[in-house]
Design a protein around this ligand. Structure first.
Ligand code: NAG
Ligand code: NAG
Ligand code: NAG
Ligand code: NAG
Ligand code: NAG
Ligand code: NAG
Ligand code: NAG
Ligand code: NAG
Ligand code: NAG
Ligand code: NAG
Length: 408
């Protein structure tokens, strides 16, 4: 009897706990700290293994787990892939510390190479040339408040023809949110996304020197429904480049410069069939950039770039504030070109660092339905007023300074 009472008493005490525990387990959003997986965070030891072990647990867990890269740590990692599909319904990553890349020679060692590949075209296929790849993960949210990623690109930039790594690549990631991320000095592009749908990038801060080669800010390839907003990009190439297979892309509140502007393309390289449509770029500033709003296609390609709007743009000493270049990289003359149509440039103001502020250099087959409206750009070169040149461009220009004559 006494045993039974004791048993009941114990059960009475324990069961509410069990109950609470069970409830917690069911609704818990567990946190996984890379330090608990053996990361040193001393900037010297390779923490790749710890990141991968933490990822394995996160990806396989229930509910909405959070991966924490804690503050005050410097985490050296070398070419890792965080892959899905995951069991977790959504995943958060909180980057509060800093992540650093190895320098060139160490990177090559990881890849088992003595010398870098002298072919910049390789990167589309070679997945090893990335610091972090996030692949096939849906509903991922990455918040970089307090943290940073440094690519130590200076060890690579000397070799302009080398295949160089990208820092952060997203492949097949749907419903992606990236915010408050500070990323600098990539050997090549800082962020690239391939085949992603429904992504928002906000408050992204990108920093590389203006003369660092091919250091694009954000590259968008074959992706859909992408919003990039309220971000600052100082880099050595395109701040944002929108490449083939992309549609419904918005960029707003981007402060770009130095850099090569916001570009559609290049499209049609190596005789490719490329398409880009429904692009909306608004409320952006281009300061000391090589280009502002740009569409670039390579002769010999096919496909189209259409329904593109650049609106409310401020240019400060941009060399080519508005440019359509259908002769991009045309070392060998080739026939055929993408069809560029329905492009609106509206509400531009500021200064051009070159005389030719507007350059619509379309292929012999022409560009169609090009609209210039409310454009007021003056040249910052003393005694050299801004000018506009149009080559095979069909459309209309209203309230546009410098004056442009488009074909009807
Ligand atoms: C877990 O996270 C989800 C999504 O953020 C949220 O709806 C839910 O309330 C969280 N649960 C707990 C117990 O915090
Ligand atoms: C993504 O995951 C799905 C489901 O396992 C798989 O079928 C598909 O091949 C994966 N795609 C990539 C690009 O890894
Ligand atoms: C933007 O991100 C930085 C980190 O890169 C952060 O310090 C800052 O608070 C963020 N700003 C806003 C408005 O969230
Ligand atoms: C970004 O991180 C670098 C260090 O990698 C730091 O110098 C810089 O101040 C940070 N920028 C912002 C906006 O937090
Ligand atoms: C993207 O979002 C749209 C609208 O919310 C939705 O209909 C579509 O299924 C989403 N796509 C993916 C791949 O999740
Ligand atoms: C882009 O902007 C257009 C016009 O404001 C809006 O209809 C569309 O939903 C936006 N798309 C994204 C992905 O933000
Ligand atoms: C334009 O972008 C800036 C950030 O560059 C933002 O502060 C401002 O609110 C935006 N204005 C509009 C009208 O969207
Ligand atoms: C463009 O800027 C003007 C004046 O700042 C503002 O009234 C208008 O709403 C803006 N348009 C867009 C699409 O941001
Ligand atoms: C247009 O492109 C052709 C072919 O590359 C080039 O010769 C010409 O100078 C360009 N025109 C302008 C105004 O840039
Ligand atoms: C190019 O696009 C315009 C506008 O949509 C269209 O009228 C024209 O037929 C197209 N040209 C070719 C060669 O497809």
């Amino acid at each position: 009897m006494q045993t039974l009472i004791t048993f009941l008493l114990i059960l009475g005490f324990v069961s509410p706990c069990l109950c609470v525990r069970w409830n917690n387990a069911r609704t818990q959003n567990k946190t996984y700290n890379v330090k608990d997986y053996g990361a040193y965070g001393d900037g010297k030891y390779d923490d790749s293994g710890a990141f991968l072990r933490a990822w394995k647990d996160i990806c396989g867990s229930q509910d909405t787990p959070t991966l924490v890269i804690p503050p005050n740590g410097v985490f050296l990692i070398k070419s890792i892939t965080l892959s899905g599909p995951c069991i977790a319904t959504s995943i958060n990553i909180q980057l509060q510390g800093s992540i650093v890349a190895p320098v060139k020679n160490e990177w090559l060692k990881v890849l088992g190479m003595l010398d870098p590949i002298q072919d910049p075209e390789q990167d589309l296929t070679d997945q090893r040339f990335n610091l972090i790849v996030i692949s096939n993960v849906s509903r991922l949210s990455l918040d970089g408040t307090g943290g940073s990623i440094d690519g130590f690109g200076s060890s690579w930039w000397d070799c302009r023809n080398c295949e160089r790594p990208t820092i952060l690549r997203f492949r097949f990631c749907n419903d992606l949110t990236v915010s408050n991320l500070n990323i600098s000095n990539s050997p090549k592009a800082h962020i690239r996304m391939n085949s992603c749908e429904n992504a928002t990038f906000s408050n992204i801060s990108i920093h590389s020197p203006g003369d660092s080669p091919n250091t694009d800010g954000i590259d968008i390839l074959a992706s859909k429904n992408i919003l990039i907003q309220d971000s600052t990009m100082h880099c050595g190439d395109d701040c944002i480049a929108i490449s083939g297979g992309s549609s419904h892309i918005n960029a707003t509140g981007i402060a770009c410069g130095p850099g090569h502007g916001i570009s559609i393309g290049s499209l049609g390289r190596n005789k490719a069939y490329d398409t880009v449509e429904e692009v909306y770029v608004k409320n952006c500033t281009f300061t000391n950039t090589e280009n502002g709003a740009r569409i670039k296609t390579v002769p010999g390609g096919s496909g189209y770039a259409r329904n593109i709007i650049f609106e409310n743009i401020t240019v400060i000493q941009a060399q080519n504030p508005i440019i359509i270049d259908q002769y991009y990289e045309s070392r060998i003359p080739m026939s055929g070109a993408l069809n560029v149509s329905d492009v609106i440039f509206r509400g531009f103001s500021g200064t051009s660092a070159k005389k030719n502020a507007i350059n619509l250099n379309c292929s012999s087959s022409g560009c169609f339905d090009i609209v210039l409206d409310h454009i007021h750009i003056v040249s910052s070169l003393p005694g050299k007023p801004a000018s506009c040149s149009c080559n095979n461009a069909h459309g209309t220009a209203t309230d546009t300074v410098p004056k442009c004559y488009l074909l009807s």
